[in-house]
Design a protein around this ligand. Structure first.
Ligand SMILES: [Zn+2]
Length: 262
């Protein structure tokens, strides 16, 4: 497909859409300077075994200080990182085109809300570092993420604890092998998506930086949309003739997209 044909197809998809769902994976955060999971410099590739330990329920039980320090670093980094300009450009484009929009993301960095997207129209599939929960999920309730210490934690007694039962708190993010995850925030997001999409016949997805390693976002996008625009520097193959491919990074793809309506 030539560039102008592709542009035409993408424009038509969005112009005809009753609603647009943005499906954002780790690749969306990369252009803000944050590492993704599976790319060559990603968290996953850098320390594969260590990462599986750090992001697992078992790893937390074995060494909560180490796991908390891993998340403490990420929380402090996210607090100090501004979402890149693509977040704003995409929101402004869809507002200008008068398209109802919803965000579904596997990212736990809270960047969409920070960039001005409506928090009640965001489904964070893997949880959020804005929330903490009891490590044994005693009351199935979430608490706001406590302020992180400036220094790394040294001992278990430094770590935040549950007001109800005294067990440790942990971030409300999905870990590998995670029987104690509280689903409250994740379920709320899923319900919000259902309500948002129910009256819409023609939802188009803009999928950005969604990996194939943990394909939950890609599967969701293909199930819930009539067509999607896949923006990714790699693994861009699509399964449906209605879909369109932009083999670009998140920021490049969003900027090329916004230029189509100039
Ligand atoms: Zn508790």
């Amino acid at each position: 497909m030539t560039d102008s044909h592709l542009d035409q197809k993408i424009k038509q998809l969005i112009d005809q859409a009753e609603g647009v769902v943005i499906l954002a994976g780790a690749g969306m955060s990369v252009d803000s300077g944050l590492p993704d999971f599976r790319g060559t410099s990603g968290l996953w590739t850098q320390a594969k075994e260590d990462f599986i330990t750090l992001a697992s329920g078992k790893g937390f039980d074995q060494d909560p200080v180490k796991v908390w320090n891993f998340y403490r670093d990420r929380i402090v980094t996210y607090v100090n990182t501004e979402p890149h300009t693509g977040y704003h450009e995409l929101r402004e484009l869809l507002q200008r085109l008068n398209k109802p929009m919803f965000v579904v993301t596997t990212n736990v960095d809270g960047a969409f809300a920070k960039a001005g997207y409506r928090a009640d129209l965001i489904y964070e599939m893997h949880g959020s570092l804005a929330w903490a929960q009891c490590a044994v999920n005693c009351r199935r309730q979430l608490v706001c993420m406590p302020e992180m210490s400036v220094e790394p934690y040294h001992t278990v007694t430094d770590l935040p604890t549950c007001d109800a039962c005294g067990q440790l708190l942990r971030p409300n993010v999905m870990m590998f092998g995670d029987p104690h995850l509280s689903w409250q925030h994740i379920d709320r997001g899923q319900d919000a998506y259902r309500r948002w999409s129910a009256p819409l016949l023609n939802v188009v997805g803009i999928e950005i930086g969604a990996g194939v390693g943990i394909p939950s976002l890609r599967i969701f996008g293909e199930e819930k949309t009539v067509a999607l625009i896949r923006i990714n520097p790699h693994d861009v193959e699509v399964n449906r003739g209605s879909d369109a491919i932009m083999q670009l990074t998140a920021l490049e793809g969003i900027q090329q997209l916004t230029h189509m309506w100039d």
